[in-house]
Design a protein around this ligand. Structure first.
Ligand code: GSH
Length: 205
């Protein structure tokens, strides 16, 4: 199996961290795609993912699956003897999905918009609107404050153990540094949670 990814990009990092927590990194060959050179825009790549994004998983029979959480789901279901990161019970599964979606819509996505619209990184393929980027930055700051409150009496975001919700939020906090949005000194619960996850081997994957 191959995973087409970009080592420095946050979505592929979510997949690598997810796989590392399950001890599955060796199951895939990781192929580096240079986004700035537009290697994700070639006809060959678009045949794998018409959305032109990384990551994409390609199985040995040529089947391709894009979307970070779809790829994570594949590993969760294919290796049931590894630590579950998407929940065991119906309630855990629902809670993790709720958090994964909150993080995706209200945290990860605005961080990505802030990056794309303020840095001009992809200006060869989009029209950056600085004001929109800055507005998205405010949403990111608000979500970090919300997350700090949520973590006041918890070690992990939900289910009393590390789940995909933590992986997705952790990689987003790290990504937000690129647009100069950092955990604030008074956000001590968020900082403690971040420091706890940062030392896990999967955070280096
Ligand atoms: N919804 C997709 C988003 C993937 C995505 O936006 N990937 C970024 C890198 S983190 C990308 O490929 N950007 C290249 C581009 O926009 O040209 C997922 O969850 O995998």
């Amino acid at each position: 199996m191959k995973i087409f990814e970009t080592k420095t990009a946050p979505n592929p990092r979510r997949v690598r961290m997810f796989m590392a927590e399950k001890g599955l990194l060796e199951k895939a060959e990781f192929i580096e795609i240079d986004l700035q050179k537009g290697e994700n825009l070639t006809p060959e790549y678009v045949a794998r993912n018409p959305m032109k994004k990384v990551p994409v998983m390609e199985l040995d029979d040529g089947t391709c699956v894009a979307e970070t959480m779809a790829i994570c789901r594949y590993f969760e279901e294919s290796y049931p003897d590894t630590p579950t990161l998407l929940g065991d019970t119906p309630l855990e599964k629902a809670l993790i999905e709720q958090w994964v979606r909150w993080i995706e819509f209200y945290f990860f996505s605005p961080t990505g918009m802030c990056f794309q619209h303020t840095s001009g990184y992809f200006k060869d393929r989009m029209n950056p609107i600085k004001e929109w980027g800055e507005e998205c930055g405010q949403s990111v700051r608000k979500f970090m404050a919300f997350l700090n409150d949520q973590l006041a009496d918890k070690e992990y975001i939900c289910c009393d153990r590390l789940t995909a919700a933590d992986i997705n939020a952790f990689t987003t906090v790290a990504f937000a540094r690129v647009v100069n949005i950092r955990i604030q000194p008074e956000q001590t619960h968020l900082q403690a949670w971040y420091d706890r996850i940062k030392v896990r081997p999967s955070a280096q994957a």
